[in-house]
Structures are given as structure tokens and as C-alpha cells.
Design a protein around this ligand. Structure first.
Ligand code: SLL
Length: 178
């Protein structure tokens, strides 16, 4: 197998989460204390513009073999393997935490796995007003569930590029064929 020296090729991705407040009815069937439903995902940032999904859900599978989302240890089986697109995990819960996202590439690539980190965001960003003479910056408050529900889904996404340096010829061909 030959490496193509001096070549770098990148693939744009977005990773992050959306979250919504559970309705009263959803709370009934969710575990005790859970307040939100969320989805964490890795998606292509090179999606069709007419797509109504954030990122293209289905076009990473040709070079990504597995994505492992490592959730907080309060979750059952916190290490979640996803072996085909869409590379995402949906759950309900009550708290924010850091999610480790391990991306494994197809075996033929010979590429090492990479690790991304995402802070699961459940609560809307709120703008706080500090009256004159008060301490600044004020601690941002977590809005009440009613206010949060009115504000709608929370989105927290980051753009990144996966860069492959001196790729194997066959992997380079695979990437450029798409
Ligand atoms: C916090 N450091 O205290 C964080 C931890 C943990 C979130 C958040 C539910 C797990 C379950 C859940 O939301 N865990 O019971 O299934 O805010």
C-alpha cells in the first residue's frame, strides 16, 4: 500500500446536539426527573443545501466505520457505538455533561481514530441584564421549563474538518470518488 506524500484531504463535519423540553405527557413515560430529550450527532457539513436536516445525515458512512459516544456514567451502557449513519444518539435526561465522541475510520484507510468533545447543551443561552452598580458579569440564569419550552429547541453545533495527511492511495481514491 502506497501513501500519497504531500497530500492532505479534508472532510467537513459538524458535531453537537439539539435539545427540547419534555412535555407534561412525555414526562409521564420518561424516567423520574428527566426534563429534556436530546440528540447528539456527527454529520457531514457538505450536505445538499435543500436538505432540511442540519448537516447531511447519510454521507459519512463511506469513510467512517464507527462513532462511539461516551455519555455520563449516570446512563446505562454509557458507551454507545453507532456503526452506520446517521451517527447519532438520542436520550432523555436532566443534566448537561461532556460527551466524548470517538470517530473510527474504515479499516482500509489505515487512519487512527480521532476524539472530539462536545458539551451537551440543554438550556437556552440567556441574556442577563446587570443593573448599574451590580456585579458584572451576572451569573446567567437557567430559564424556567416554561420559558425554555417557549424558546424552542436548543442547538449547539461546532464545525470542524477531518484532515487526512499522506493518505493511502486507495483511501484517497475512495474519498475523491464521493
Ligand atoms: C450535572 N455534572 O450535575 C452533571 C451531570 C448527568 C446527567 C449530569 C440522566 C441519566 C439517567 C442524566 O441526565 N444525567 O438517569 O438516565 O449537571
Amino acid at each position: 500500500r502506497v501513501r500519497v506524500r504531500g497530500v492532505t484531504i479534508h472532510r467537513p463535519i459538524i458535531y453537537g446536539n439539539t435539545a427540547t423540553v419534555l412535555t407534561a405527557a412525555e414526562k409521564e413515560s420518561a424516567p423520574e426527573g428527566h426534563s429534556h430529550r436530546w440528540t447528539v450527532a456527527v454529520r457531514s457539513a457538505a450536505s445538499a443545501p435543500e436538505s432540511d436536516v442540519v448537516g447531511g445525515a447519510d454521507d459519512l458512512g463511506y469513510f467512517i466505520k464507527r462513532v462511539t459516544f461516551k455519555l455520563h456514567e449516570t446512563y446505562a451502557n454509557p458507551s454507545r457505538n453507532v456503526d452506520r449513519p446517521p451517527f447519532e444518539v438520542s436520550e432523555t435526561g436532566w443534566g448537561e455533561f461532556e460527551i466524548q465522541i470517538r470517530v473510527n475510520f474504515v479499516t482500509e484507510s489505515g487512519e487512527k481514530a480521532i476524539t472530539l468533545y462536545h458539551h451537551l447543551k440543554l438550556h437556552p443561552w440567556s441574556v442577563t441584564f446587570s443593573p448599574p452598580g451590580t456585579a458584572f458579569p451576572a451569573e446567567p440564569d437557567i430559564p424556567s421549563p416554561e420559558t425554555a419550552a417557549k424558546l424552542g429547541p436548543v442547538h449547539s453545533w461546532q464545525y470542524d474538518e477531518i484532515v487526512f495527511t499522506d493518505p493511502f492511495q486507495s483511501f484517497l481514491s475512495l474519498l475523491t470518488a464521493h
